[in-house]
Ligand binder design. Sequence first.
Ligand code: NAD
Length: 481
Amino acid sequence: MNLKKQAVINPSTGETISEVVLAGDAELEQAITAGRKAFDSGSWRELSLSGRRNYVSKISRGILDKAAELAQLETLNTGKPIKETTFMDIPSAAKTFEFFAAHLEEYLKEDSRDVSQGDRSRLVREPAGLVVLIIPWNYPLLIASWKMAQALSAGNTVILKPSSMTPLSALELGKIAQEAGIPAGVVNVVCGNGDIIGEKLCSDNRVDMVSFTGSNAVGKKILEYSSRSVKKLIMELGGKSAGIIFKDADFEASVNGSLCSIFLNQGQMCTGMSRIMVEESIYDRFVEDFTAKAKRIKLGPGVDYETQMGPLISQDQRDKVRAFVEKARKEGAKLLCGGKVPVDPVLKKGFFFEPTVLSGAGPATGIFNEEVFGPVAVINKFSSAEEAAALANKSEFGLAACLWTGSSALAEKMSRLVNAGTIWINTYGMFYNEVPYGGFKQSGFGKELGKEGFYEYTRLKNVISGRFPSEKPLVSYWYGF
Ligand code: NAD
């Protein structure tokens, strides 16, 4: 058989590092059939909860056993600095499997309630079924692990579809699940161009649910595909989040935290604080310090331990980011630093772009409203809490916000006023397995993580028992026979 293959590129060098086989109709059919059969056979969902816990926990250990190798692979494939993959992506992925393994029995405990006329209801959490997990390229292993850990712990079977640009760690995750002894057909990984294989995966009757993280454009297509067979959905979409810095904040922490909130992972974060708003009286000082520090961020190949910022994921992504900056300048924004491809010959072949800071790009400009998904910070000023909240809410997205203030009353007031699913106060960026994460408005719907995220991967069955056998129920008298 002639299988189609696609080159996998290292964005730090532009070189091909591997090739992946792209799923065609036959491979898709195989994955859907296997996932469906494994679900229906009960080989996974009927397993005792402690048995399931052991398998999920083994995946966590499998990730830790290969941590160094996975960090290297993720860095080669995404360009992320090796420090980030080593200390964040890989251990966090393992931790998520461990967390849901440890909590699945507690979360799946039945709830029972007395209802009217002496009847009793048992509320049973069942797995949703065969779940398609579609993930983006910015955190390939971590987002795959969030989705897979929750879906498997809840008793589902899965088809994992990584981005065709960053499939390597997802394929490794599939292998780790296999090595953990997960029954055949429970975990399936398919690679391919989303526009070619997405429609089948998201519209097929045999798939019960789609959990998607990615862009709004693709999210809307998935809403359409999945509507044909009315599937359960999680949609984690784009963002245009606001970092808001008040004059009473710890100045240094707010500058350094804000740098992290937009330049980590080359700014390719859905929760990137791409709009920074600073209280008038500290605006000039903040801009000066922030820009000076942005200029000092060390760009380099992902594999170098000294690197603080790697390349963007692809040439296309870099062109897109550069075009956003150029358009903003035409619209009157002032370029304070960056905005171009670095001249360093070591970086020439990779898709690098300098950390960029713009001012004077208010709500009327494109860059204030559209998701750039790159290392571009836009700084604006405000004069009151109400104005800051209004600016933050001037967006079609509602994913996250980050508040920096010394006043807990102000933080509390702002967290009520800002229309976003996650609010960080005097910190940024941590995701916790214990609590849910997900956006409002065009940032999508459904949660990941926490008990609430886990429940997204279940369906709730209401099992009602009458007073039988002690008494006949009312319905048995209704027609009087
Ligand atoms: P993308 O939407 O282009 O791709 C995401 C995934 O969808 C990939 O696996 C891709 O192959 C697949 N896909 C593409 N076309 C498809 C189709 N027609 N049908 C089904 N699947 C299809 O997104 P991306 O460029 O990989 O990632 C960047 C985007 O992801 C940004 O918008 C970012 O905000 C978003 N994101 C959101 C979150 C969140 O939690 N809200 C987290 C990370 C990234």
